[in-house]
Each structure stands twice: as C-alpha cells, then as structure tokens.
Design a protein around this ligand. Structure first.
Ligand code: NCD
Length: 360
C-alpha cells in the first residue's frame, strides 16, 4: 500500500484491494477475505497443521517459542471478544512474541481525545504487529494504509471490523472445513448451509467469499428475510459462478447439508431498540430432533458465542465441531503470524527433520 494515494486505494474494489495485498512477496497486512486465494488457503492450512504437530512435542514447543522472542504484538480490541482475543494471545505465546493490549479505550489516550490514527501510530512505535478489532468498518484498512505509508510500517491483522469483515475467523472456518472433509475429497463439491443473522454476521460474509476459491460448492443462506445475506456478497458469488440458494426453510435445508454454519442474532447492530426482538428467529435453531435428519458425516459449526440457536444437548453429537473449530483458530492464527514474520520455512524444516507430520 505504500506510495498509493488513499483516494486511489479507496476507489478500488475489494477484490482489487485483495489482489494488491496478495501480490506482496510475503504476507503482510491481513485485512480482507478477498486477499486469500486457493493456494494461500492450502498453504496456511498445511502450515497450521504442521505447527499443531510441532507444538505437541516438548522440543517442538520450545523451538516454536524461540522463533520470535524479539517481536511484540499489540492487541487492540475496542469491541468485546473472548475467543479471538485469547486465541491471538495463545498464538503469540506459541511463537514467543511479547504481547501488549488495549481492550478499553477509556484506559488509553483516546479518552483524552487522541485520534485512532495517532493511537495506532503510537502502538507501532513499540510493537511489531497490531491485531485490531473495532466496531468501525474499514478502520483496519485505514490504519494499514497509514502504517504502510509511515516510516515504521508494521503489519495489521483485522480481527473483526464492524459488520463487514472477519478474515481470520473465515480462515479458521476454512481450516475446520479442510480438516472435516480431509477424507471426503476436501471442500470442493460440498454444500455449506449458513443459518441465522447473515445480514450482519461478518464471519459469514468473509467465509462466503473464501468459499469462492473452491469448485462446485453450493451455498445455502437460511435466514428470515430481514436478516438475509447482503447483495454485495451475492454479487461476488455470481462473479465467481458459485451456486447459491436463499431460503427461510431450515427444516428443508438440513438433509442435504455437508456443513451447517449456525450464527446468533447480531442485535448489537440494531438501529433501534428491540429491532431484532421483533423478528421471529425461533425457526433458525438447530435442535436435537433435527440431528436425525442430518447426513451422518455432516458437520455443525458456529463461530461462537452462541445463544439459543444450538442447545447444549447438541454438543455431544460427534458432528458438532464448534469447540474444535475454536481451537483451530489458535493454529491458523499462529500460521498467519509465522508467515508474516517469514518463519514458515523454518517450521516446515523442523517438522521434516524431526519427522513430525505433515512434512509437505
Ligand atoms: C464473531 C464476531 O465477533 O463477529 N465472534 C468471533 O469472533 N468468534 C461472531 C459473533 O460475535 O457472533
């Protein structure tokens, strides 16, 4: 992004922006799902698995921990987070990075009127990576542009921006799908059914885009009409020739699904009090009685946190993978950070030398 005027950058489509980021010699900013192509998704998934195997052994864990002790990450989370925050902390610890955090802007100089831009530049003085989650759509992108055009460019990872993007969640979701369908020919040809608040769920928006990288996927969007997926995402699916179905009939969607991706109502985005409460979402829950109608080898996913859309009885069904999905976040985020700091080859070499699976 350096040397590119902001206006010109802003005028580009998301896919053009994605291509621009993907053209760098090495992964730097992580801002949009649109920057990841199939080869990169395969590479990151395989690296995450390698890290997972290396981290299992005591020597391997020590090796990983010694990779980046000279680097520090700033976790700037001005929006609630448990999993994303903790998994980034864990990923940094696995790779030996030090961590700083701001989770409440009331405790930072933003409270004294400092602009977000100045705050982020301040972080870049002390840290080598900034992971940020904010309620403002587009903020991570703006910060990345500012830093790339400063004298201390440090990478930004978008850990959730507004209602628009959550690329690292989409990466962990793809990694979960890769693992779930490992022995069934991979993600190609699978039917993924998204359920819930698809209008304001940024995880669905980012994941739906990542799935355009796979052939013959069939996406179903199951939501009440008011919460149905945005036209901008459908346009992107059309451009990539991805088949999709919009419906409000979860019952009818269950038997054909290879993966059911449940989401909660995102009522923190309501434009007036009670807006979501007026929508009948009771039909968008996956109940124990639905399990018999699912394929035996289908998987149930959820980015979490959940509310009532998956009752806890479902957790013990072997097809419920959402807890594993959450743990996958730690591995894929480790793979991302290792790649940003150019440590991927070293990790692969270590795994090969010590015959830790997989070595490819
Ligand atoms: C999601 C988010 O923040 O968008 N949570 C997460 O990162 N796992 C989903 C949600 O909040 O519903």
């Amino acid at each position: 992004l350096s040397g590119m005027p902001w206006d010109k950058f802003q005028a580009m489509s998301l896919e053009e922006k994605g291509r621009r980021l993907a053209s760098a010699a090495r992964l730097f900013h992580v801002l949009y799902a649109q920057q990841f192509g199939r080869a990169e998704l395969d590479r990151l998934g395989s690296l995450a698995t390698t890290i997972r195997f290396v981290a299992k052994t005591e020597g391997g864990a020590r090796f990983l921990h010694d990779l980046l002790p000279h680097r520090r990450a700033m976790l700037y989370f001005s929006q609630p987070s448990t999993r994303t925050f903790l998994s980034f902390c864990a990923a940094c610890e696995i790779l030996g990075l030090g961590i700083g955090e701001v989770r409440d802007t009331a405790t930072s100089s933003e409270f004294k009127g400092e602009s977000k831009e100045d705050s982020v530049r301040t972080f870049s003085s002390y840290f080598d990576l900034i992971v940020m989650r904010t309620p403002m759509g587009g903020l991570a992108e703006r910060m990345a542009w500012i830093l790339s055009n400063s004298d201390r460019p440090v990478p930004i990872i978008n850990a959730g921006s507004g209602k628009d993007q959550h690329p690292t969640q989409a990466l962990l979701d793809v990694y979960t799908l890769q693992r779930s369908f490992e022995r069934r020919g991979g993600i190609d040809g699978k039917r993924i059914v998204f359920v819930g608040d698809l209008a304001r769920g940024r995880t669905v928006r980012s994941l739906a885009y990542l799935l355009t990288n796979y052939s013959d996927v069939d996406l179903w969007f199951v939501a009440p009409p008011q919460l149905q997926i945005g036209a901008d995402i459908l346009e992107q699916l059309d451009r990539h020739g991805v088949k999709y179905t919009l419906t409000d009939d979860l019952h009818g969607a269950i038997p054909g699904a290879d993966a059911i991706y449940m989401t909660r109502v995102q009522d923190e985005w309501d434009s007036e009090a009670g807006e979501s409460a007026r929508i009948d979402t009771s039909r968008f829950c996956l109940l124990s009685k639905d399990l018999d109608r699912m394929k035996d080898d289908a998987v149930i996913m959820h980015p979490l946190p959940r509310r009532n859309e998956i009752p806890t009885e479902v957790d013990t069904d072997p097809r419920a993978v959402y807890w594993r999905q959450m743990r996958n976040g730690m591995w894929i985020r480790s793979a991302l950070i290792a790649s940003q700091f150019g440590q991927d080859d070293r990790i692969r070499e270590y795994a090969a030398e010590h015959k830790l699976h997989p070595v490819s």
